[in-house]
Write a protein that binds this ligand. Structure first.
Ligand code: SF4
Ligand code: SF4
Length: 440
């Protein structure tokens, strides 16, 4: 049998997806309060354009985009604006948010404009994506209209749809492909038109055979290549996915467009379909709520702005005292201090672990086993870069290509001495960026 496509390095953490892989998506009821952060994308935060006391409708813009690399944010139900103030945010800080008390009517704005993508120009489609606040839903939250506007000297000939979902525990994209394959396909066809490409891949890890079969059936008769990929973390990272599917290597410091590729997540493709054909902004997403600390793990369709505590309630509440909360997956997600943080457009999962399930041990000395080097999918020397970073020798960390680190965590995960390598690499990258800023 032919070997499945993949990339060098990486590892095989237990996937723990069985808890939710067979759980159909449930609609999460509206909470008592929606907290819509003005910053939930890469780029400039939106600027509030409503006032306390205003009545808003579902889909109404409550924060305007500020600049090209920015998107508006929208009310995710109808109701009254009760506050515009800093609230707990996934970043760990308190950041400005528009707070809405739902009125229970869930009434859409009147001016949603359905359209036939065939009748729209490429620029009109991109305008619709910007106005709908479409961002990368795999977690990167980069505005889609920007990603779909590469400079003229970077011609794009390939589109890759990312249905890999290699992070352990998460099954949101898996369920999306199983339950709404037509939406994903519709989004792919819109992306095909925008990028004017016919070389299209949909990559899915081989541990989702039902989703692979479903998407192959949906794409039958088209030129879309639905590829089963080896189950290996981080198969879904952009550079690793491009290498696995096309054999093209994104150069050090480069972007996918440098090798003629645009990558979009399957959830983003589905949101693009709704934005272009129905005129609907991005006000909800699928989120996997799972882990040993939650009574009934589920996949939920969640309104943007729903407090994490409300998601937990829909899953039967906490099972014991939680010791760790993570927004996203366990490898690249962000640890959270409170369940008061709201779900945003990038919230693919909420993981909760019970006290006792997380083993805390002190790191030991490096025993030079080389496991971090073998595991690094970016071909780096994590132990060497971390050693320089600990000595604040950031020029040396740059020479050893610290900026190519994708922060996948494979080095830390594989280290028998539990050395916090990814955290040190992240610190080095921050110091390098700071130095570059000062030199500008
Ligand atoms: S150095 Fe960066 S890219 Fe390499 S394994 Fe560690 S976190 Fe991943
Ligand atoms: S995996 Fe840990 S112990 Fe082994 S070489 Fe890397 S840093 Fe050292």
């Amino acid at each position: 049998m032919a070997r499945l496509k993949t990339f060098p390095g990486g590892l095989h953490p237990p996937d723990n997806k069985a808890w939710t892989a067979a759980k159909a998506i449930e609609i999460c009821p509206l909470p008592e309060e929606l907290i819509i952060p003005l910053s939930q994308h890469i780029g400039a935060p939106a600027e509030a354009c409503v006032a306390v006391g205003d009545k808003v409708k579902k889909g109404q813009v409550v924060g305007r985009a500020k600049g090209f690399v920015s998107v508006p944010v929208h009310a995710s139900t109808s109701g009254e604006v009760t506050a515009i103030e800093p609230r707990p945010h996934a970043s760990g800080r308190n950041l400005p948010a528009v707070v809405i008390a739902p009125d229970g009517e869930d009434e859409w704005v009147d001016d949603l404009a359905a359209a036939d993508p065939e009748a729209l120009s490429v620029e009109e489609i991109k305008d619709r994506l910007r106005d709908a606040g479409i961002v990368g839903m795999g977690g990167a939250t980069f505005p889609a209209h920007v990603k779909l506007s590469p400079p003229g000297e970077k011609p794009i000939d390939t589109l890759i749809l990312n249905g890999v979902e290699c992070e352990p525990y998460l099954t949101a994209d898996h369920r999306l492909m199983l339950e709404t394959p037509g939406k994903v396909r519709q989004g792919i066809e819109i992306l095909r038109k925008v990028l004017a490409v016919d070389n299209i891949y949909l990559g899915i890890e081989a541990n989702k055979p039902d989703a692979i079969a479903q998407m192959r059936e949906e794409c039958a008769g088209s030129d879309i290549k639905v590829e089963a990929l080896e189950v290996k973390y981080p198969q879904g990272a952009e550079k690793q996915l491009i290498l696995a599917l096309t054999g093209r290597e994104v150069p050090s410091g480069g972007l996918p467009m440098d090798v003629g590729v645009v990558v979009q997540n399957v959830g983003t493709a589905a949101a693009i379909a709704d934005a272009v054909t129905l005129g609907q902004p991005l006000i909800e997403r699928i989120c996997t709520v799972t882990g040993s600390g939650v009574n009934e793990p589920k996949n939920l369709r969640v309104r943007v702005g729903t407090p994490l505590a409300h998601l937990v309630e829909q899953c039967g509440g906490l099972d014991g005292e939680p010791s760790k909360l993570i927004m996203g997956g366990p490898m690249m997600g962000m640890a959270q201090l409170t369940l008061d943080v709201p779900a945003t457009r990038g919230t693919s999962g909420l993981l909760i672990f019970r006290r006792g399930d997380i083993k805390v041990r002190e790191p030991g000395p490096c025993i030079r086993c080389g496991r971090c080097v073998s595991a690094c999918p970016a071909g780096l020397l994590p132990t060497t870069i971390a050693a320089y970073a600990r000595l604040s020798m950031f020029d040396e960390t740059e020479e050893f290509k610290a900026m190519d680190c994708i922060e996948c965590g494979c080095c830390s995960f594989s280290c028998p001495s539990l050395i916090p390598l990814v955290q040190t690499l992240r610190y080095a990258k921050g110091a390098i960026l700071e130095k570059r800023r000062k030199m500008q």
